[in-house]
Design a protein around this ligand. Structure first.
Ligand SMILES: C[S@@+](CC[C@H](N)C(=O)[O-])C[C@H]1O[C@@H](n2cnc3c(N)ncnc32)[C@H](O)[C@@H]1O
Length: 665
């Protein structure tokens, strides 16, 4: 899968690559319609691959391969062994948008601008990219909440007495549960959480308020032709449901998204018209030739089984829309997704040559294969597999000048309590109604088990299981204690010094690393001249949302017995403690600030209850593709930093985000 952003961008009025195969005659036709300054057609995929080749590991890179090795100053790539693909899994790339001449009718009623749809109004002052990002974050939050609900349902099924699962009893139960109560039928698979998150509420859904359609939270819910603001060519989605959430493609399963007859009043096209297609390799005679694509119509194949073609396709709905779109040269959004090839034996429509529908079959497919021996299917980004593959390695040992430490050290004058009581669970904690640690988190586990543990959402403080708990090391409520999961690399940037990125895909909510160093009293740091590696934050600050920090959600309230220990929790105060990673620390000390970060700070307690001395963890706020720089918001309030002369200090921010505040502090 290509993960480097394609260079080519397309708009509805700039003629660019058509997502459909074309021949010479058609090219001529297009040239006659296109503007003389139209950029030359070239493959976004090839450009992206070339760019990826150039940028892999950057010119100056140093690698950290898992903390087990780092402590001994890693010199070669023998980090944790994993079996994984070289690129992100389950992702879909917007690669090319096609072409030509939008014949939109002038509209008297100003409908031209398209209705400002639902969710868009909620973020009026934000840039388009931030609107998209926020919508996908919201989707991921719902998704993880629904995963959590599903995991609880599985636990309930597992812990039910055996006879409760007999077919007779479970069907009785299913009918009883119709009005509201969660459905506990082990035989019937629950609806996928990603689909629940976007779909309309069903009568017996217990997740009614999560649903984005129901809540008018789909970003662009009105169908539109051409590009979607904030989503450029090369953008990566991680599920079909994400595309639905932003309104890029309005169906999670169909390949062809189209506008029906109801739009005929607003345009002079013949409807239905296809507006977005997903190339997923589900049909054997789809062809992806990098620069052009042959796209098979939909239908007739066996969706539930081996995906073989079992019926003829019909020239109606999506197929008709595709034909109309191609014949009228209407731009279509093209998304490349997964390849899973199959064979077929039916009559299918493809558009070939001069866009004449042809009746395909194995023989015509074989002919096209002869004609296109260099066909591209789905490619993966070039993420290095070992240190030997990195070009431009400038330093084999990043620990020059500091000592690498996997866990927090404590300054001599700081005493860490060990007063956390612990839960009485055995093995794994899975019942939030009885686990004492879950109760402290607001009667729920903060993590879901999926992908080795993901935090459902940012909280004031996460109470994890600790040394006094009865559960074992595999407990999901110890997610942040399990060390580095992803292969992280320190690389050189042009303006920000060193920075960090991952070779692996990181799903939203996954723990990335702890900010380690020496836990010290803030007052002891005052005499230090220049130290860029002090993390001035504690659990109390996060709760109060002081300085430039956002106030966290109030969902899992902190137990009174803990909160009452502190004087006026709403007062603005300097954090009493900080983490100094100047002389001792881990990879987190190289992570830069960004005004639109992809990580967030989360305070975690497991061995004691003192909010001021909580561990500081960094979690993924988004699905993060390999080689994207990892960043968090340093949270400085502007003009809050004073120099030794007592004057306000300023530092420019070079994060490059669309909504950058331009200053770090
Ligand atoms: C904790 S260090 C991060 C690692 C640092 N880049 C390095 O080379 O070691 C914080 C320092 O990095 C730089 N930095 C981090 N984020 C930045 C940003 N968005 N713009 C400019 N400089 C940044 C600033 O010099 C800051 O004091």
């Amino acid at each position: 899968m290509v993960f480097t952003r394609a260079e080519q961008s397309a708009t509805s009025n700039s003629p660019v690559t058509n997502g459909v195969k074309e021949d010479k005659d058609l090219k001529k036709l297009k040239q006659s319609k296109a503007s003389p300054t139209a950029p030359r057609r070239s493959s976004a995929r090839i450009q992206a691959l070339q760019k990826a080749e150039k940028t892999v590991a950057g010119p100056n890179a140093v690698v950290v391969k898992g903390e087990d090795k780092c402590e001994d100053n890693v010199k070669e790539g023998k980090g944790k062994k994993r079996s994984r693909k070289s690129g992100p899994v389950d992702s879909l790339v917007v690669e090319e948008q096609s072409v030509l001449l939008l014949k939109k009718k002038p509209l008297a009623c100003g409908k031209d601008e398209m209705k400002v749809e639902n969710a868009v109004g909620q973020f009026e002052d934000k840039s388009d990219t931030v609107k998209v990002k926020d919508t996908i974050r919201l989707f991921n939050k719902y998704y993880l909440q629904l995963v959590q609900e599903e995991e609880k349902r599985c636990v309930r099924v597992e812990t039910q007495p055996k006879d409760a699962n007999s077919p007779k009893k479970s069907s009785q139960k299913a009918s009883k549960s119709k009005k509201g109560a969660p459905h506990v039928d082990s035989k019937k698979p629950a609806k996928r959480p990603d689909l629940k998150a976007i779909s309309k509420a069903s009568e017996n859904s217990s997740a009614f308020f999560y649903l984005m359609m129901e809540n008018n939270e789909i970003l662009y819910s009105e169908k539109r032709i051409g590009s979607i603001p904030g989503i450029e060519v090369g953008y990566q989605f991680y599920s079909r449901a994400e595309m639905v959430a932003v309104g890029f493609h309005s169906h999670w399963l169909n390949g062809i998204d189209y506008m029906g007859q109801s739009y005929a009043k607003a345009y002079s096209f013949e409807f239905p018209i296809a507006i977005a297609i997903v190339l997923s390799g589900m049909y054997e005679d789809d062809q992806d030739n990098a620069e052009d694509v042959v796209y098979t119509g939909q239908g007739g194949h066996n969706l539930t089984g081996d995906k073989r073609q079992i019926q003829d396709q019909k020239l109606e709905r999506g197929n008709l829309a595709l034909k109309n779109c191609v014949e009228q040269c209407v731009p279509v959004r093209v998304i490349r997704g997964h390849d899973s090839s199959s064979s077929y034996s039916g009559k299918v429509y493809t558009y070939d040559g001069l866009y004449k529908p042809i009746q395909g079959g194995k023989s015509s497919l074989a002919k096209r294969r002869r004609d296109f021996p260099h066909r591209v299917y789905f490619t993966y980004g070039r993420v290095p597999q070992s240190i030997a593959e990195i070009r431009g390695l400038v330093c084999e040992d990043i620990t020059g000048g500091f000592t690498y430490c996997k866990s927090l050290k404590v300054a001599k004058n700081v005493k860490l309590p060990s007063n956390a009581a612990g839960c009485k669970c055995k093995g794994l904690c899975n019942d939030p109604t009885t686990c004492a640690c879950a109760l402290r988190n607001g009667s729920d586990f903060p993590y879901v088990s999926r992908n080795g543990g993901r935090l459902v959402e940012a909280k004031d403080v996460v109470f994890e299981c600790g040394p006094k708990c009865g559960c074992g090391p595999g407990c999901v409520n110890r997610t942040s204690q399990k060390g580095l999961r992803y292969r992280l690399e320190v690389f050189r940037t042009a303006k920000k010094g060193w920075a960090v990125r991952s070779w692996d895909f990181i799903p939203s909510g996954a723990p990335v690393c702890e900010y380690t160093g020496i836990l010290a009293r803030t007052e002891d740091m005052d005499s230090m001249l220049e130290n860029n590696y002090i993390f001035e934050i504690d659990g109390l600050q996060t709760i109060k949302g002081l300085g430039g920090r956002e106030r966290r959600s109030q969902d899992g309230e902190i137990p009174e017995d803990i909160l009452n220990k502190y004087e006026d929790p709403s007062s603005e105060s300097v954090p009493e403690f900080c983490i100094d990673a100047g002389s001792t620390g881990n990879i987190a000390r190289f992570i830069n600030h960004c005004c639109e970060p992809n990580l967030f700070v989360q305070c975690v307690l497991s061995t004691h209850d003192d909010l001021r001395l909580a561990r500081v963890m960094l979690f993924a706020a988004d699905n993060i593709p390999p080689l994207q720089e990892l960043t968090y918001d340093y949270g400085y309030a502007l003009d809050s930093v004073l120099g030794s002369d007592g004057k306000i200090k300023q530092m420019p921010c070079y994060c490059g985000a669309a909504d950058c505040r331009k200053r770090l502090f």
